[in-house]
Design a protein around this ligand. Sequence first.
Ligand SMILES: Nc1ncnc2c1ncn2[C@@H]1O[C@H](COP(=O)(O)OP(=O)(O)O)[C@@H](O)[C@H]1O
Ligand SMILES: [Mg+2]
Length: 510
Amino acid sequence: MATRRREMTRPDASPAPRYDRAEPHASALIESLRAFGYTPQAAAADIIDNAVSAQARTIRLNFQWNGEHSSVSFLDDGTGMTAPELVEAMRPGGRGPLDARAAHDLGRFGLGLKTASFSQCRRLTVATRRAGGAVVIRRWDLDYVGQMGEWRLLHDAHPGSESLLEPLRQLPHGTMVLWEQLDRLAGGSARTDARAHKRFLAMTDTVENHLGMVFHRFLEGRGRLQMFVNGQPVLPWDPFLCRHRDTQYLPPEGLRHHGHPVSIEPFVLPHRSRLSADEYTAAAGPGGWNAQQGFYVYRNDRILVAGHWLGLGFQKDEHYRLARIRVDIPSALDAAWDIDVRKSRARPPGSLREDFVRIARLTRERAVEVYRRKGRPAGRSTATSAPTALWEARVGASRTDYVINRDHPLVTAVAARLGPDAAALRALLGLLERTVPVERIWLDVAEHPDQPTRPFEGIDPAEIESLARDVYQTLRASGLDQEAARRRLEAMPFGERPDIVTRVLQEERK
Ligand SMILES: Nc1ncnc2c1ncn2[C@@H]1O[C@H](COP(=O)(O)OP(=O)(O)O)[C@@H](O)[C@H]1O
Ligand SMILES: [Mg+2]
């Protein structure tokens, strides 16, 4: 390439530029291709993308635990590739982001197969066959490339691994992607290492749940695509509970960016009391209720981002966990949406941000209303506001945090009174939250399961009344009028003791 360019006469006839050849060292670059930051589930989704783009109808994933000889394979019945196509597919950066793509193509950078695979394994074997053709095999072995210092793509399976490719031979056409030497998923663990095996199984579950989410539209209805993990069907996960009668559909909007359509449809999921225990668990999604709020960005029907406020300035907060907003973008807008190699990031282009903020705000408002409407039986007086919780459980991936609701009326009243000194309150609340004696409480409740758990159960009424008086006076001192302060008092557990509320208010009038 460089030599050819030197021979060409340049139109302006200026002297040919001087240069050095500084090609990347194979061993160094191939190692850095491992560091794109894929999770196992994002890597698996990238491999599935290719199968879907190749019109596969059935995809079988096999996670095989065998200590350091563990493997993961992806078998699809798509169109398959010819030998030259396979070599091109294995080339890092085969088809770049600037190449035009078919509308259904889920690919982008021409990297996914390589970067996703190398993020999890040191040996990538791809076997493929076109209808009527023979099976062709190519293999990248990072250790071999490192030793040779050259991009040598091998022509066969690793000795001893041939049998793993056998299922492909049963298909008239299709492709198998095989990951071996799973240094990151299986490490150097022995086959008998029970903990490593358990981690491997947990990872398998995580991948399965993620795929059920990312490809749910492909898996739903008319059996367009079937996917199996170790023989078990992957079930689609619908983030919006579309078929539940208490799901609220907010008005959809059709926006445009550079002439391409971007459609948005906000949903507010049903209040917890409207869901059975199973529905509630299932609807939470792979990351849990709190994590799954926000926008869901679909590109060609595949989820890129599942539950994210897209850097629009909103925080994930317990109150907004029922807000989930569907967004559909075409792949023509990849660059504008800043899609990354892992297909795990997308950000709305500047021209759409205002609309996104407006829609997010609206949906969050509706979501918080539903969230607070605590399954009150119909027909009860609406004069009493729903109780407002002071403590909230924030369920994260690895732990649950117990936090104080900063919007609780007493918290806002105290903060208002403190004015510029509200930092002191924040410090106190923050410390309280970080030192909740969870373990102690857990032990006590386990030991005495019958002890009262409702806030005022078994408490001296005089003590409740004195607390109610202090809370009421704090609310009043923050500038609330009598009626507003009474409503807030009732929305706290004091609503359960109307006699006490009445006395506290009468006292003030005297
Ligand atoms: N399972 C498969 N079936 C058919 N072709 C495939 C398969 N996997 C990869 N390919 C081919 O390899 C190419 C490179 O894949 P990849 O590295 O993921 O980049 P991209 O998907 O961005 O094009 C794809 O464009 C496709 O032509
Ligand atoms: Mg791809």
